[in-house]
Design a protein around this ligand. Structure first.
Ligand SMILES: [Zn+2]
Length: 302
């Protein structure tokens, strides 16, 4: 069963690669069949085996020898592992189906954002719908369900938990989107450049619809920390590199080189797009498995 889950994940990962390449280019994900992006020769089914084919062909097209990005192999492998982890965590349940669906969408968005700085509506909008739909099948167990269980009573307990769960999902969607929209406005004021677009707003609406308010907020805060650390690390490494270059090439004194390199590095970074969707997506996946545990630990340590 585990092996079958892994194989299914590999197959979905293979399809996800098609989505990652074609969706930002506004191409159909169904037609035509997979082809080499360079020579346009259709890829044979035996060269399209997830992960294995990439290694057998040593990451090159069989026809024209163009390099094929290791991203293809990585996405397949990660999707396979993700399906496996969901199954190991939730067993043979609807929760596993929900987790795999969410992971599939999030991985697609992470890799698309990293490559193109785009978060396609074709993934986020159906994702929001699916998140709301899944709340009727798998309880979201968030604030609404905890705070107002007696307030809303349906004709039967079966109906009332679904109603509460749907409300949790809607609240998560609205708050997730509102938070990131607000953060985007603040960021724009503070730095004078756009840091977050509507893609991030829709991404967080999707994350909130799947995970509820609490984990959506957890995702936003942890992603901001991770994104800031990444920004600082980039700034620092660019500064070091430019200082070295100034010293060796322009024979500037260490102090002068450091100061000038700092100026140019901070200007360069201001316009360097930090792929925030990557951090939001990564932290949302973390939230699925560890979010509640981390939040409990945080409340206790306060
Ligand atoms: Zn080719």
């Amino acid at each position: 069963m585990s092996l079958a889950t892994f194989a299914l994940g590999l197959a979905f990962g293979s399809f996800l690669n098609v989505c990652i390449y074609r969706m930002p280019r506004e191409l159909s994900v169904i037609h035509p069949r997979s082809q080499c992006p360079k020579c346009r020769v259709a890829i044979h089914f035996y060269d399209n085996i997830p992960v294995l084919s990439w290694f057998i062909l040593r990451g090159r097209c069989r026809n024209c020898q163009t390099r094929i990005s290791p991203r293809y192999m990585a996405v397949e492998l990660v999707t396979g592992l993700l399906f496996l982890v969901c199954y190991a965590h939730f067993g043979f349940t609807l929760a596993t189906l929900k987790c795999c669906t969410f992971g599939f969408l999030v991985l697609g968005l992470i890799f698309t954002d990293a490559e193109t700085q785009l978060l396609p509506d074709k993934l986020t909008l159906p994702g929001i719908g699916l998140g709301l739909l899944f709340s009727l099948l798998v309880p979201v167990n968030d604030l609404v369900s905890e705070l107002l269980p007696g307030l809303i009573t349906g004709p039967s307990p079966q109906v009332s938990w679904r109603l509460l769960s749907l409300l949790d999902s809607v609240a998560g969607m609205a708050l997730g989107a509102a938070f990131i929209y607000g953060a985007g406005v603040i960021y724009l004021r503070a730095r004078g450049v756009e840091g977050m677009g509507f893609g991030d707003v829709k991404l967080m609406a999707m994350v909130g619809a799947f995970l509820g308010v609490r984990l959506a907020i957890f995702t936003i805060f942890s992603a901001s920390i991770a994104g800031s650390l990444f920004g600082l690390w980039t700034l620092f490494s660019v500064w070091m590199k430019r200082t070295q270059r100034r010293i060796s090439r322009n024979h500037e004194s260490v102090q002068l080189a450091r100061r000038r390199a700092w100026q140019s590095a901070s200007i360069a970074l201001r316009y360097f797009p930090i792929p925030f969707g990557v951090f939001l997506g990564g932290m949302a996946m973390l939230a699925v498995f560890f979010g509640n545990r981390l939040l409990r630990w945080y409340w206790r340590s306060l």
